[in-house]
Design a protein around this ligand. Structure first.
Ligand code: T5A
Length: 208
């Protein structure tokens, strides 16, 4: 089977990173060669852009700047990591991708989705994820989990209502695109979430 592009999405502390490591194991057991990566980041330049984006010294960054930096990191990531891996037949597992821009910059900050769609078409051409798992958790639960990890980054310092808007956009996008997206209830113990993730991947691999 040729490589596929799988993304994981969700609000803060939804458990994406935890489950992504498990997804890698499941795919490798099925014989897939896997590249795991993340956004913003995934390349040397992208990780530098990530540091700028998450640094609270840049609170008040213009929304256009924030959005363009997300896509600048993404352009680099696509060029140097994602497209080469897919071309080599590898599976790409990516912790956040463009749905996050629709959710955070669109839903959270109010950027019209049409603007994001222009950048998406420009930077990605026709490339879209083959499968997206949206880990859904109540905002308070996710923030509490994320808070246990240490100092809040520039996004984690936002108000609760910002994250409620993000959650709503993720759920709306997932429901409108059921061929690509699966919503996973992440407000359960890690093991229960894993079981569902494994079942989704198994069913999806079976379909080819
Ligand atoms: N961003 C990103 C944008 O605004 N626009 C964009 O286009 C993109 C790509 C960085 C930020 O950038 C923004 C969104 C983000 O604010 P990130 O590093 O992916 O992106 O940010 P986070 O969401 O902050 O990543 P987190 O690491 O917080 O969340 P995860 O990955 O969802 O959660 P995880 O797995 O690290 O787990 C967090 C904690 O919860 C525990 C874990 O052990 C860990 O301690 N946990 C659970 N506890 C109980 N039950 C479960 N089921 C649990 N699963 C995990």
């Amino acid at each position: 089977m040729s490589g596929k592009f799988i993304t994981v999405e969700g609000g803060e502390g939804a458990g994406k990173t935890t489950q992504l490591a498990f997804m890698r194991e499941v795919l490798e057991r099925a014989g897939c060669r896997v590249t795991s990566t993340r956004e913003p980041g995934g390349t040397a330049l992208g990780e530098e852009i990530r540091s700028l984006l998450l640094d609270h010294r840049h609170d008040g960054m213009a929304l256009a700047t924030e959005t363009l930096l997300m896509f600048a990191a993404r352009a680099e990531h696509l060029e140097r990591v994602i497209r080469p891996a897919l071309a080599a037949g590898r599976w790409v597992l990516c912790d956040r991708f463009t749905d996050a821009t629709y959710a955070y910059q669109g839903g959270g900050r109010g950027l019209p989705p049409e603007r994001i769609a222009i950048l998406e078409d420009w930077v990605q051409g026709g490339l879209r994820p083959d499968l997206t798992l949206v880990f859904d958790v109540p905002v308070a639960v996710g923030l509490e989990r994320a808070g246990r990890r240490g100092a809040a980054d520039r996004f984690e310092r936002e108000e609760k209502v910002f994250f409620e808007r993000i959650r709503a956009v993720y759920l709306d996008r997932a429901r409108r695109d059921p061929g690509r997206c699966r919503i996973v209830n992440a407000d359960r113990p890690v093991e229960a979430v894993r079981t569902e993730v494994e079942a989704i991947l198994a069913g999806w691999l079976e379909r080819g």
